[in-house]
Design a protein around this ligand. Structure first.
Ligand code: ADP
Ligand code: MG
Length: 416
């Protein structure tokens, strides 16, 4: 089949183009205030979730299975009732202890993981179904349906039934149906997870451009961090029914609020560290970090707004971007290790390094190949290293209280 053409230009919220498109689409803001959801039977799926979304923003809710993503989406859609809390879409309160606006009156559309197409309707009828409530004259509705099918590359398949389409094609029909009515809010529940990896990547780009071109606000859920980072203007991390962090992808990556967030968004590995004595001269801004009982990690300095008692146990969470291969001479490196594995990745090589007695760091990229068994040094880059008190690392289900479990930004890691 013909590949759909992508002429849409990518815009970010706040840009003039995005604002214009958002206004044209009548994009909705979303307000979620202290929403909790307890299912009959006592299972608590959402715990006091609050977030604010500007019109035209592409929000991705990311979290492991069972963290409450689908429940939050279904509460936004009106398929589930909130137990407590308030949801506003645009200026309208759609859910509270007194209000429950049904899904078809919320001016939103949904894309489901299993496509949810009508099996007895042809492709064009499935898409046109979304226009049944609009006051468009029939020829206009037909023209709009045709244009949308062309837009998603399904023009030639308009007369087929869903069971005559591949999974990717069915998902495109679902996407066309969600977009055709021009609703101000599009909700997507893991729409790519049933597709093959190659198709998933292409569909992701299509969803991104089509949804942004529509100007609608989008809430998209996934358990795949790479997908989340690729799509999102804003990412919300859900853990055990709580929203543990909400921010731009760059913020989530560079300033994870809790060890859970850091772990779920990609780590090279973790090292137990001992936080050394604070430097007297800069008592409240630096801590010294060294690995307990060993000289493997040379003491290095960390700028911090958190004051710890010296000698506390900590955990160093290392992003793949926070560690580089270095020479083995003294002074060149912070850590010494041995190559456990090396994998060719096209752009270069990814290494797994064993740090004897302290575990393994993986995904360490280099443009050159270092063979298994070779000794290497590792340099840490403060921007990709996050130190948390060990106690916070254990109980990561609890969001960090300010000044408690917050990551310590390493400002100047270096051999002393
Ligand atoms: P996710 O989409 O992140 O995998 P869900 O929102 O589906 O998470 O589920 C969150 C929690 O709520 C889970 O513990 C799940 O078992 C529970 N849950 C979801 N739907 C129901 C339901 N209809 N009845 C009872 N418990 C439910
Ligand atoms: Mg789900």
């Amino acid at each position: 089949m013909a590949e759909p053409t992508m002429s849409g230009s990518e815009t970010s919220p706040g840009s003039a183009a995005a604002t214009t498109a958002a206004q044209a689409a009548g994009a909705h803001s979303i307000g979620v205030e202290q929403v909790s959801k307890e299912y009959p039977g006592g299972s608590v799926a959402l715990r006091e979730v609050s977030l604010q979304v500007e019109p035209g923003t592409f929000v991705v809710l990311l979290g492991p299975s069972g963290s409450g993503k689908t429940t939050l989406l279904r509460c936004l859609a009106g398929i589930e009732r909130v137990t407590t809390g308030t949801i506003t879409i645009g200026h309208r309160t759609v859910a509270s202890d007194r209000v429950h606006v049904p899904p078809d009156q919320r001016n939103l559309s949904m894309v489901f993981q299993d496509y949810a197409l009508w099996p007895h309707l042809r492709v064009r009828e499935n898409v046109a179904f979304a226009l049944r409530r609009s006051k468009l004259p029939k020829p206009d509705a037909q023209a709009r349906t045709r244009a949308m099918l062309e837009r998603v590359g399904l023009g030639r398949l308009a007369d087929r039934y869903p069971n005559e389409l591949s999974g990717g094609e069915q998902q495109r029909v679902a996407l066309a149906r969600a977009l055709v009515a021009g609703t101000g809010l599009i909700l997507c529940d893991e729409p790519l997870s049933n597709l093959d990896a190659d198709l998933r990547e292409r569909m992701r780009v299509e969803i991104s451009s089509l949804v942004r071109e529509s100007g609608a606000t989008a809430v998209y859920i996934t358990h795949d961090q790479a997908e989340a980072f690729a799509l999102a203007d804003q990412i919300g991390l859900l853990q055990n029914g709580r929203l543990v962090q909400f921010g731009k992808p760059e913020e989530i990556y560079s300033q994870p609020a809790t060890p859970f967030v850091a772990r779920f968004t990609g780590l090279s590995g973790e090292l137990a560290v001992r936080v050394g004595a604070q430097h007297a001269a800069e008592a409240d801004k630096t801590v010294e970090i060294g690995m307990d009982g060993s000289a493997l990690l040379r003491p290095c300095r960390a700028g911090t707004s958190v004051s710890w008692t010296s000698g506390g146990d900590g955990i160093l969470l290392v992003r793949p971007t926070g560690v580089q291969l270095a020479g083995t001479n003294d002074g060149d490196h912070h850590l010494a290790g041995t190559v456990a594995d090396v994998a060719y990745r096209g752009r270069g090589y990814e290494h797994a390094i064993d740090i004897s007695g302290h575990g393994r760091l993986t995904g360490i990229f280099a443009p050159f190949r270092v063979e298994r068994g070779e000794a290497v040094g590792l340099r840490l880059d403060p921007a990709g290293c996050h130190v948390f008190p060990a106690v916070a690392a254990q109980d990561s289900a609890v969001a960090a209280a300010p000044g408690q479990a917050a990551a310590v930004p390493l400002s100047a890691v270096g051999p002393e």
